[in-house]
Design a protein around this ligand. Sequence first.
Ligand code: FAD
Length: 418
Amino acid sequence: MNSTFKTDVAIIGGGPGGAASAIFLAEKGLKSIIIEKEAFPRFHIGESMTGECGNLVRRLGLSEAMDQVPRTIKPGVIVYGKSGKNTFHIPVMRRNEAGELEQSFTWQVRRGEFDKMLLDKAQENGASILRGKAVKVLTDETGTPCGVQVRQEDGQLTDVLAEVLIDASGPATFLHTEGFTSERERGKYDRQIAIYTHVKGATRDEEDHTRIFYEMRNHWAWFIPIDEETVSIGVVTPSDYYRDSKEDLREFFLREIHKINPQLSLRVPDVSLVEEVRATSNYSYHIRNFTGKGFLCVGDSHRFIDPIFSFGLHFALTEGKMAADAIANYLLNGVGRDVENPFAEYERYCELGMDTIQDVLDCFWDQPTPFAFMVHSRYVDDFIDLFAGRVYQEDPSPGLQAIRKVNAKLREKLQPQH
Ligand SMILES: Cc1cc2nc3c(=O)[nH]c(=O)nc-3n(C[C@H](O)[C@H](O)[C@H](O)COP(=O)(O)OP(=O)(O)OC[C@H]3O[C@@H](n4cnc5c(N)ncnc54)[C@H](O)[C@@H]3O)c2cc1C
């Protein structure tokens, strides 16, 4: 017979989205079980945080713990245009209580250790961790999710019964594969491949900014210092371009980092690779209807747009917090008990933030020149806010409105004339 556990919330995935959800649920007095199939620490790409993501890490009480994991201080992001020209810089700044911008910083981290730190914190605060793979959603007589079945390493099946299911399974998109959400639509930045590793021996600058090197549309590289010696470097190109090269990942990576942009070549005269060269392709997707009675999705389990401006961790942590608020309102205050989807407002708010970033990225890729002008001349403060992750704008800032205007004009121009 299967063993059975009961809890308030079952969380599939112990990455940043799942761990943050558990920590914020514990603050509300709610119990959770996190189901995670991998042993931590495990390698994960995605090391650069936005300013607001850093603030959430502080809010979780982890500022001091950040000194114990491999990390660097990130004062901002620098984007180098084609051939190293038209560079722009966006500093990390926060809004103080008076609403004014003031200098701040965030972090760049090695994800293996960072993710483990978050998961340990969740456990310390009372969440249980169940090592195993979620394999099936359990439903009640009305078809509403009421738990999840887990296959543990020894093959044993365990049922975790819960009032609410959080899918934080990342790109595995568990609830989608189980048929509880809409289709997985290809994102606009699909058909791309990111090829990356960690290196030692790179030439470092005085300050450890996240640096982005532009070669041409959808062809770029990142340079993210993650500790005193190590830098994460990744090359992103259309998948066809990589396939046509007929090179293996390592050959391709080593050639491209010397070719993409002179500002990157300068920093990698002689580097040694300290991790295998890995690749992720087709990472851009959008799943709608990702909430319903008994379930909701957090982070990459419902949408990922494009890695260029480092919003993945930000969304995973922010949505973890918003999910905990929505679930606490539902379970403790009965909010949404009488409606078909108690988490509809959570879903709307998640999409509001992600749609903002979709618009920012579309403008950056489709119209780099007006974008650069708006960033460093016309709407400096608004762009500082957007890059920091202040993206849930019910009342869009003039900078965001300008982005949308520029995007709309281009769409109009590209529309077939009748
Ligand atoms: C090329 C690339 C570069 C990136 N760079 C950045 C960056 O610089 N900054 C940034 O903020 N973001 C970046 N990201 C995105 C970022 O890494 C992710 O958005 C972030 O990890 C999302 O967190 P998550 O918790 O939603 O998912 P994940 O971190 O993927 O965690 C999901 C967890 O669920 C577990 N899991 C999955 N299925 C099951 C199952 N059935 N049962 C049990 N466990 C399961 C997995 O083992 C995993 O641990 C990048 C992404 C890509 C593709």
